[in-house]
Ligand binder design. Sequence first.
Ligand SMILES: Cc1cc2nc3c(=O)[nH]c(=O)nc-3n(C[C@H](O)[C@H](O)[C@H](O)COP(=O)(O)O)c2cc1C
Length: 194
Amino acid sequence: MNSKNFQDLVKSSRTYRRFAEEEPLCYGDLAALVNAARFAPSANNMQALRFHIVVDPAERSVVFPRLRWAALYRDWDGPEVGERPTGYIAVCAPKALATNAMRLIDTGIAAQTIALAAASRGLGCCMMRSFDPDVNDVMGVSAEDYTAELILAVGVRGERVVLEASETEHGLAYWRDAEGTHHVPKLALEDLLI
Ligand SMILES: Cc1cc2nc3c(=O)[nH]c(=O)nc-3n(C[C@H](O)[C@H](O)[C@H](O)COP(=O)(O)O)c2cc1C
């Protein structure tokens, strides 16, 4: 892969919140994404994170209502039936590390690695930190002494997402146009360099 391909991959790795539910992913599809995160760096190479995969429709239906979608879209409660994710990957940290900030840094690195792996396969995903805490119980990770730090909702892409410069009336707020295209404003390089 050359640097242009890499930049294109990163640009294509956007947050997707609507999916083609009629094309479900299987356990192996999600395990392949976790396999990419296996090679991600971690503090002290502890590799303390664990990953819980959900693809079973019954389990999906108990996870979904516990997720909070797109806080900036105040009159949208999340994807409708038919456009919901067909898989979830919960990035879980040991409860023993509950006060160790490294777990969250490791979580972010693992999550972005999974997101890039998903994008490289043309899949969509949404990292989610807003969810009801009891999702840990319904997924059974509490019993294993783990806590979900981030949940990635994954599926075949079911919406159009575009990047744009942040110098519009929307500022940094993502927005959806009349055709349903989701717009994601990003700052310019010179805004980031200090
Ligand atoms: C740590 C983190 C937590 C997030 N939590 C949520 C969430 O709970 N619900 C949601 O709909 N999106 C969530 N997102 C997605 C962000 O809203 C999204 O990354 C942002 O709008 C920028 O879009 P982009 O990912 O396409 O660049 C989260 C993203 C990150 C990195």
